[in-house]
Design a protein. Sequence first.
Length: 393
Amino acid sequence: MRRDLFAMPPGIYLDGNSLGVMPHAAREAVLRRLDEWQRDAVEGWDRWFGLAESLAPSIARLVGAHPHEVIATGSITANLHSLLATLYRPQGGRRHLVATSLDFPSDVYALQAWAARYDAELRLIPSRDGHTLHEEDILAALTDDVALALLPTVLYRSGQLLDVAGLTREAQSRGVLIGWDAAHSVGSVPHALHDSGADFAVWCHYKYVNAGPGAPGGLYLHERHHDRLPGLRGWWGHDKGTQFEMAHTFRPAPGAGAYQLGTPPILALAALEGALSVFDTLSLEEVRARSLELTLHLMALVDAHLPELRIVTPREPARRGGHVALVHREAQALSLALRARSITPDFRSPDILRLAPVALYNTEAEIEATVGVLRELLDTGAHRAVEAGGLVT
Ligand SMILES: Cc1ncc(COP(=O)(O)O)c(C=O)c1O
């Protein structure tokens, strides 16, 4: 779609759902900020002081929120802790937490810590097939003793996309606060967090937003919660106008900006600044349409040529995100063999090969070549000769 805007690594890169490819604009923005540091040293803060806030309109567009409802800060895990510290107030009979058995472990660790603090339960919604979630099972978990639920927009292994608006409505009609881990959907699927009424969301910018390794995370808090004091506080969440008065009374910045803690990583924010400038020029609906086109093409070729690989990503467009998950008992060996042939997939233990044909920079030809190599590997068994080694991410 806009491959020209990216510094593509050599070979075929299908791992943008783990770490997006570098946009030229990200590199340029970082170099610009480095020049400012070199030239201005501490005076540079005049320019950098409001950098995170200046990115909020672009981020808000990606998640369908008002700019004052979002901020780039922390990481998914840190932001989740921060929002739980604010919103999770077990009261009376309504005290337990709900997440899913297919969640990314870091979310579960964070929720476990909060459940333990309040002597509450963390209930994990089961999966019937080990890959996807049934809406009835999610609804069944939202009982009247549950205070807060965290759900993934797109499941990180299977790529299943949940009905964010529908489930938000259901949770709230049952009196349950609801938050979303949108790591695998932001930058790939359009969102309407504000209109859905979701209480909060967390996500990263290093996957489909292409802001680089360890990019500052994303935090959304619906404006109905902006009258609360953040559960975790730091001077960077203080009202900007009076932050440098250094008073010992915390006056929160209006909106999600109050959830910043310490000094932001300006060079990392610069990469995000550049990466967001790419999205500013694109229609998110077109990004989604192109993503669906590419994943459909991939699934059709797998069906036709790779019957040994089982697609566990839902087929319906409304139920799949930006990557396709293929199950095979030799998935790890296949992944290593693809890498040895300059094709970068992604492996998730024990048996999932994830392929993410990213709307912004991947092509049909790359998908076809990858399917061709997989066919050859399965025919020859050459992947079994590849020694497992190195870091399998
Ligand atoms: C779905 C999901 N949630 C949470 C995390 C953890 O994110 P972070 O390392 O930014 O805290 C990841 C990391 O890849 C993820 O994919």
